[in-house]
Each structure stands twice: as C-alpha cells, then as structure tokens.
Write a protein of this length. Structure first.
Length: 241
C-alpha cells in the first residue's frame, strides 16, 4: 500500500499486470487541476484547508506521502505525462464538482486531455457522479468512454434506476450492485463498480461478468483471480491508487 493518489502509488500500480488506474481531479483556488480526492487536505497531507481555498503553489508545498518518502500533490497534466510511459494501461478520471466552480472542472479536464492529445485515446475514460458532466463530455468529446457513478443513496430515491444522461456505462458501488443486480449491464451499458476490496466481492464480480472493478488492493485481486484460474481480461482490475 502506498499513499493514495501520489506519484509513487501510480508508478507502483502501473508496474502491475492490471487494466489501469483511477484518479480524482479538482480545482485549486487559482484554477489548477490537481489530482486529489478529498475536499479538504487534512486527511492525506500534513496541511489543512480546502483544496479550492488554496493556490497550487501552497498545495505543492504539502507532503501527501510519508516522512521517509515525501510526495507532492500532482497536476492532471503530470499524470497524463506519466501515462505516456505505459501505453497498455488505461486511466479512469473522476471529475469532482465543488459548487463554486460549476462545469470548470470538466472544461479543464477536457483541455488537459486535448493538450496531451488523448481526447480520442481509447485508454482514457471519464467517471462522475454528475449527469451534467456526462452530458458535457458526450457533447464535447463523444469519443471518450464515460461512466455515470450511482450514489449509494440512489438505492432509495432512484428505485427505477432512471438515467438523465447517456454514458457508455454505469458505475454503482459494489454494495449497491449486489443489492440491485438489475444494474448489471443496465440498458446494455458496461458496468464499472467500486471499491472492491475483499476476495468474496472480487469473485462475485468475476462470476457476474462485471466489466471493470476498482480496488485499493490490486495484488489481492490478482491473487484472487489467479487462484480461481480466471482470465484477468474478463474482469479488468482498475486500481484506485
């Protein structure tokens, strides 16, 4: 295990015989697109404050690694550059949507992909809890594969699995998917599920032919599938590093 969403974690994950990696992106106060999961930096760095209330220069000073192996918060453009060294690996980008920025996170993501000449790369996928984001990428970059992530609470307020966008796939949490198996291949779409961290969940995904699973424990997934004498391409292990 390596500190999440750090260069070290991505580099180690990309060495494994897996399908690809996943990252989250959000904007700093001065509009830079950083690879970071939480709204606040306190859980995973030695700093405090909201990401969108700190300039990138301030974020860059924080350590999101360990004392022995300090790591800096990355820009999406830096991760895209790293991916060039791994032409067989896929990247799933989750865009985060703080209210004050509206669609700017999606716009900046699109610009970064265009600059890296990855807009029509089949290895790049967009995932989001926002139907607005799904509609934006469908309109602006229809060649990008998109997945709408179902929130856990949708089990109650969206019992009919209504869709308000047209993504390439659906992405319910593993608990949601197991509770509502009709989400598997909903409307003929691909199925992406998260966060699959136990052998039992992994085997369930394999047996039910889930297209993509996200896990924090790629080595465990690889060992589990190997023991089952499965073909890993049936259920690609997408790592949330």
């Amino acid at each position: 295990m390596y500190p999440e969403l750090t260069r070290r974690a991505f580099e180690e994950a990309l060495k494994l015989p897996i399908h690809g990696i996943e990252c989250d992106v959000r904007l700093s106060r001065d509009g830079r697109l950083v690879v970071f999961h939480d709204t606040n930096v306190s859980r995973t760095t030695n700093g405090r404050g909201r990401v969108d209330c700190l300039d990138f220069a301030q974020l860059r000073e924080l350590n999101c690694g360990t004392e022995e192996d300090p790591q800096q918060i990355m820009l999406l453009e830096e991760l895209l550059e790293l991916m060039q060294d791994y032409p067989d690996k896929h990247l799933y980008i989750e865009t985060k949507h703080p209210t004050i920025y509206g669609p700017e996170v999606d716009e900046q993501t699109l610009r970064a992909l265009a600059y890296a000449k990855l807009l029509d790369d089949e290895r790049v996928h967009i995932i989001s809890f926002s139907h607005k984001a799904m509609r934006y990428f469908t309109r602006m970059a229809p060649q990008l594969e998109t997945y709408y992530l179902f929130r856990l609470r949708e089990k109650k307020w969206n019992p009919g699995n209504a869709m308000f966008s047209r993504p390439y796939g659906v992405g319910p949490a593993i608990q949601h998917l197991q509770a509502k198996k009709q989400l598997l291949g909903l409307r003929g779409l691909k199925t992406y599920t998260w966060t699959v961290n136990t052998p039992r969940q992994m085997m369930w995904c394999l047996e039910n032919k889930v297209d993509v699973l996200a896990t924090d424990l790629p080595n465990l997934a690889l060992d589990t599938f190997a023991r089952a004498q499965s073909v890993r391409t049936q259920t690609p292990a997408t790592v949330q590093a």
